[in-house]
Ligand binder design. Sequence first.
Ligand SMILES: NC(=O)c1ccc[n+]([C@@H]2O[C@H](COP(=O)([O-])OP(=O)(O)OC[C@H]3O[C@@H](n4cnc5c(N)ncnc54)[C@H](O)[C@@H]3O)[C@@H](O)[C@H]2O)c1
Length: 152
Amino acid sequence: MDSSVFIGPEALPALAEMLSRPAVTRVFVLADGNTARLCLPLLEKHLPPDYCLIEIPAGEEYKTLESCNTVWCTLTEQRADRHAVLVNLGGGVVTDLGGFAAALYKRGIRFAQVPTTLLAQVDASVGGKTGVDFQGYKNQARRVSGAGRRVY
Ligand SMILES: NC(=O)c1ccc[n+]([C@@H]2O[C@H](COP(=O)([O-])OP(=O)(O)OC[C@H]3O[C@@H](n4cnc5c(N)ncnc54)[C@H](O)[C@@H]3O)[C@@H](O)[C@H]2O)c1
């Protein structure tokens, strides 16, 4: 499984190349309200035209299993198979949650981290640590994964 890191102007074309491979059956983008509004327009031209947006509200209080449920419901409704890719566009909340949700769907689908905050670029999206908060405890449900391509 590829876990390359791309930084700079070649990053988005590299992501586009990965997403356009025949082995990728469908592309999903997870964003929060802010990154959907402010960042998705910059990413959109690098995505296949039939990509599916999954939007969650912004904020740590949404880094929950309920938000994972939103992701899993959409993937299921859209019949995402094991060769689908989830692109996580956001800060540490979105990259943690999206990586976690991708790792558990059908025993794991590939995901790409597109970190949009400094913290996510230098820390949260690096190293494969993902998770969600539970019952008020931070990162109570966690998973470490080697999968995922970070695009800065
Ligand atoms: N997995 C790890 O190793 C690791 C390491 C450090 C932190 N984290 C996690 O990271 C999370 C915090 O991440 P964060 O600080 O990025 O917070 P965040 O993801 O909540 O983002 C902060 C705010 O900035 C907004 N935002 C994001 N990108 C933006 C952009 N480009 N322009 C305008 N607004 C933007 C978001 O919508 C949000 O409202 C915590 O949940 C923490 O546990 C994980």
